[in-house]
Design a binder for this molecule. Sequence first.
Ligand SMILES: Cc1cc2nc3c(=O)[nH]c(=O)nc-3n(C[C@H](O)[C@H](O)[C@H](O)COP(=O)(O)OP(=O)(O)OC[C@H]3O[C@@H](n4cnc5c(N)ncnc54)[C@H](O)[C@@H]3O)c2cc1C
Length: 375
Amino acid sequence: MHVDWDAIVVGGSFGGLAAAMELAGAGRVLVIDREPIGAGETSACGTLLGVLERLEALEALEQVHEEIVLHFEGGRSRRVGTRYPFATFDYRALCQLLFGRTDATFVQASVTGMGDGEVSTTLGPLRARLLIDASGWRSALGGAARPDLVPADALGLGIELRAPVVGDGLHFWVRPSQMPCGVTWQFPAGTSSRVGIACYRGRGGLKAPLDDFLDKEAFPDSTPPPKVHGGLIPSRLRDPVAGPVLLVGDAAGQCLPLTAEGIRPALVFGQIAGRLARQALDGVLTLEQVREQYRREVRARRHQYRLLEGMQAMLLRSPQRVLPMFAWLFGKSPLTGPAQRAYWELADPGLLQPGHDLAEAPARIGAAEVPEGRN
Ligand SMILES: Cc1cc2nc3c(=O)[nH]c(=O)nc-3n(C[C@H](O)[C@H](O)[C@H](O)COP(=O)(O)OP(=O)(O)OC[C@H]3O[C@@H](n4cnc5c(N)ncnc54)[C@H](O)[C@@H]3O)c2cc1C
């Protein structure tokens, strides 16, 4: 079969860039995204500080948080110290840094699906020996995680914006009277805060409660900026192999249930997929072995994902008065240490590698060479 590329990675965000970094030096790699690198932000950009440290990406750091603050009905709140500090970071800076550590070619185009072994794009069809889909919850190559295909309790929906307020700690408001199936948050990030709202059951209509929260609750004096972004949050593992394609991050439902933390798993699984794919390009593994091994790596975590899913379901059903008990269990009980460690290990930042030092690589952002007659 004639191939245009050794590997095509769809999605130039966390999962895709983590995979592409691992493929540096292994062959001709194409990263396709419908947005420029660093422009397609969906998240509140909160992750474990260990992730940025391990990736040697502290340049993108905005603020470190040693505490999570949970706010409940009636003005009650609980502070939960964490052994593993969190951090907020600049999305564009992180993506551009990671892309700089790949030697991939980038092309801005939309992927519209797959047919006959080819990736269909708005620039024409493309072929590669290896395909990695890290295009987020819509999963351009693996079949969309559409709301009608995924159970409602495994698909959240969130939106967020940047508000011109400062603070400290990651704050969550769990108040069913205002937001029946979800949470509101404020993540301070240097000179501003990321403020958002998410519903665990993927329902729309979040803009009005978010505006209400901004007006009445938290920041009555600030004028909210108009730019809101977000999307669906798929948090049930699906088969991470779809035909010839390795699915990574939200495309494979790898966002953690309960906490909706999806950046860390996308980076970790992205690197695992990229590392295995590299072995295929190096001739160490066959493509079939790569797919099987990647599937095994993901499936090895399925019990922990189910446990978090069960906790999420319990949280949604629990009466308001017991919610602070969850905070105690995770933050100040004898179970705190093991619970926090188990949560960390689910997508262990220790698995992350900084990536190759390709500082001398020429600028590669721009139009890829699409084979003649395919435009
Ligand atoms: C409001 C909100 C707040 C969140 N906050 C956090 C948080 O603070 N911390 C955390 O850990 N997780 C958070 N999450 C979850 C997190 O954003 C995702 O789990 C994470 O972004 C998944 O990374 P990814 O690389 O799989 O996909 P994405 O980051 O979604 O990237 C997908 C990429 O693919 C591109 N793309 C999509 N379709 C196509 C196509 N057809 N053709 C070409 N390119 C395409 C997109 O432009 C994008 O660049 C949040 C989610 C939401 C909705």
